[in-house]
Design a protein around this ligand. Structure first.
Ligand SMILES: [Fe+2]
Length: 402
């Protein structure tokens, strides 16, 4: 067995369900490792986000990669482990190429604050249309939000829908944008259980952004989601993402409360143009990997981390490693709380997770499912742009239909 085969078969590594394998590919690796990767046809990818390098990974092709069987998906879903559905939407992309092209260009219009109002005026249609723009709303995050516009729904005059455009970060070189749809009070109503409003929000997104129907209309995908989740789920909370180089998202979860049983049951992310690279794993697996990472540091590996970051984050991880509940709570805090400086520092923890099997490249047509059962059992995820230019993706919150 070659170096690479034995590395991939290592019992300490958990293969990413449905995905082709990815491993680290450091500049200073043993030349034999580099030759092995090159011989296997690996493609290098530099991971960078907001001016910070997270190292280099090797993307390995696996023509046999396919979505897990429904029975296996059910098992993964219950454990909040992410599920990759490679090429799930690929057969549809050709028929939708004009809509996808226009969707990619939409980011140019939304990049300026007034662009959202102009776009909605045009996209929602004139007289007789169900939705119409209904004035500007406040911006909750003035540093990143570009505009938020209300939308009136002729089918329910009291309903308060909105669309919001914004940047993904304040890092100057990160041009990534998103367009998000919601209703009611932003933040306070994000986890509302009001199904008619969620359905109206989804209809608004579908009207404004035709490419939404590509994903929502993929019947086989939704049948699979229902089998995996063991419940009929519907997509809402639509977000269009245009990730660009240096963009992405730091490690986070999309859970709202301790127990999300009647609320958001997961997220469906669909890559439509360009590529993104993800770290994704259940919150339980993340806690286990953080403890293993601390074991390496305690054994004297990566000594520069203590020199650069000081003792605090590593000692905190050591203390929390002995208290699984406290460790999980810290990891679920925004930017991992006191552990953030260590875990988001750059290549060390990122490549450790990649080598443990938790990295996945998503290309056009690939779908990623992120199950959620609440703060203590959810899919954690971190996103990098993997294309030299603009990418396009859609994400949906998944909720149980009454
Ligand atoms: Fe997320």
């Amino acid at each position: 067995m070659g170096l690479l085969d034995s590395f991939l078969a290592d019992p300490g590594r958990a293969p990413f369900a449905g995905a082709a394998p990815t491993v680290s590919w450091r500049e200073d690796d043993d030349p034999a490792w580099g030759q092995e990767l090159t011989g296997a046809g690996a493609e290098p990818l530099e991971l960078a986000r907001r001016g910070r390098s997270h190292g280099r990974v090797a993307l390995l092709a696996d023509p046999g990669a396919r979505r897990p069987r429904p029975s296996q998906a059910r098992h993964l879903w219950q454990r909040a482990r992410p599920i990759c559905l490679p090429g799930e939407l690929t057969p549809l992309l050709r028929d939708w190429r004009n809509e996808l092209h226009r969707a990619l260009l939409r980011a140019d219009e939304l990049a300026t604050g007034p662009g959202l109002a102009t776009f909605l005026e045009r996209a929602l249609g004139g007289r007789g249309a169900r939705f119409r723009p209904d004035g500007e709303l406040d911006r909750v995050d003035p540093e990143r939000d570009l505009a938020r516009i209300a939308a009136a729904d002729s089918q329910a005059p009291g309903r308060r829908l909105w669309a919001k455009s914004g940047r993904l970060s304040t890092f100057p070189a990160d041009r990534s944008l998103r367009l998000r749809f919601g209703f009611g009070e932003e933040v306070a109503d994000d986890d509302s259980r009001d199904e008619p409003s969620h359905r109206a929000l989804a209809a608004l997104a579908r009207t404004a952004c035709p490419e939404v129907a590509l994903v929502e209309g993929a019947r086989d995908l939704w049948g699979y989601v229902a089998e995996a989740a063991g419940a009929k789920l519907y997509p809402t909370g639509t977000i269009v993402y245009w990730n660009e180089p240096e963009g992405g998202a730091r490690l986070h979860h999309d859970a709202f409360r301790d127990d999300d049983t009647g609320g958001q049951r997961g997220v469906c992310y669909a890559q439509l143009a360009g590529s993104t690279f993800w770290l994704a794993l259940s919150s339980g697996d993340l806690a286990r990997r953080a403890i293993e990472f601390h074991d390496l540091l305690a054994a004297g590996e990566m000594p520069w981390l203590r020199e650069e970051l000081g003792d605090a984050p590593i000692d905190t991880l050591g203390e929390l490693s002995r208290d699984p509940g406290a460790l999980s709570r810290e990891l679920s805090r925004p930017d991992q709380g006191r552990l953030g400086p260590l875990l988001d520092r750059g290549p060390e923890f990122t490549l450790f997770l990649v080598d443990s099997g938790h990295g996945v490249l998503l290309g056009p047509g690939d779908v990623l499912l992120l199950p959620n059962h609440g703060l203590v059992r959810t899919a954690m995820h971190s996103v990098f742009c993997a294309s030299p230019g603009r990418t396009l993706a859609l994400s949906f919150g998944l909720r149980q239909a009454r």
